[in-house]
Design a protein around this ligand. Structure first.
Ligand code: ZN
Length: 268
């Protein structure tokens, strides 16, 4: 975690949404976004967790794990703090879509594997990010560019920055290897269903929800549906465990996943 130290001594931009300490320019954010310094100590960290899914064993997610295929791929660029959080939803994408690549974000030294993939001409990568700032408008594209890449025989890739919104902005701004890539914003009316962290706004979808929406909008509806259901199962299972409630009857999303596991994709 050598980069954690790097991050915590870095001065943040005043536009970022917390009050800097006048002396040091840095003050840890409050609440859920407070970065864990060493090992992760969450609420409920004393709870026994499943080795397979990292959820409390009370409502383990493993029975609902189903894989799907998609034309587009997802590459996760994950903030180092995010990897340790059991509430992280980026990993759900990798469970459903086995071609998913996960990279840890380092400001100073990007992973060589990521640079190699970015240079690979088979892929057409898009950085998924809001289009709300003027300085990169020339890079903004929409879903048609993804569908076009597919039609031209390329593999479109959604690069999802996996972290808090503040971390994501930082990663977007401080990663030279992302600077030349097209920016794909997600415009959707859907509100987040995520119950495990409090979002700043209900329109802030979590990482798995963003992936499902992008897949749905660009022709990978089956993968989108499975991921949506898997996210629902995760959300429901985890939230129930926080209240020590055991789910006795699978909800509709869980039942679809169980059916798919039992009977295969043709069932759905
Ligand atoms: Zn499990």
């Amino acid at each position: 975690m050598r980069n954690d130290a790097d991050l915590t001594t870095d001065h943040r931009s005043p536009s970022e949404n917390d009050t800097p300490n006048a002396d040091t320019g840095y003050q840890p954010a409050a609440g859920e976004s407070d970065p864990p310094r060493r090992e992760f100590k969450a609420r409920g960290s004393f709870v026994e967790r499943c080795d397979g899914c990292r959820l409390p064993v009370l409502n383990c997610l493993c029975p609902y794990r189903v894989m799907a295929t998609s034309d587009a791929q997802v590459w996760l660029l994950t903030h180092p703090y995010e990897h340790n959080k059991p509430t992280n939803t980026g990993r759900l994408i990798a469970d459903v879509l086995p071609q998913t690549q996960t990279f840890t974000w380092y400001r100073t030294a990007p992973e060589a594997r990521l640079l190699a993939l970015l240079a690979d001409r088979r892929y057409v990568p898009f950085v998924v990010f809001p289009d709300d700032q003027p300085d990169y408008q020339h890079r903004v594209v929409d879903e048609r560019a993804v569908i076009g890449a597919k039609q031209d025989g390329f593999i479109p890739v959604f690069i999802l920055i996996d972290g808090t919104w503040r971390q994501a902005r930082r990663i977007f701004r401080k990663s030279p290897y992302l600077e030349d890539l097209p920016v794909l914003p997600l415009h959707t009316d859907r509100l987040t269903r995520y119950r495990l962290r409090k979002p700043a706004s209900a329109s802030h979808l979590c990482t798995a929800e963003v992936a499902a929406e992008l897949l749905r909008k660009t022709g990978d509806a089956d993968a989108a549906n499975v991921l949506d259901d898997y996210f629902d199962a995760f959300n429901e299972s985890y939230a129930a465990s926080r209240f020590y409630h055991k789910i006795e009857k699978p909800n509709a999303a869980m039942q679809r996943l169980l059916d798919r596991r039992a009977f295969g994709a043709s069932y759905a």
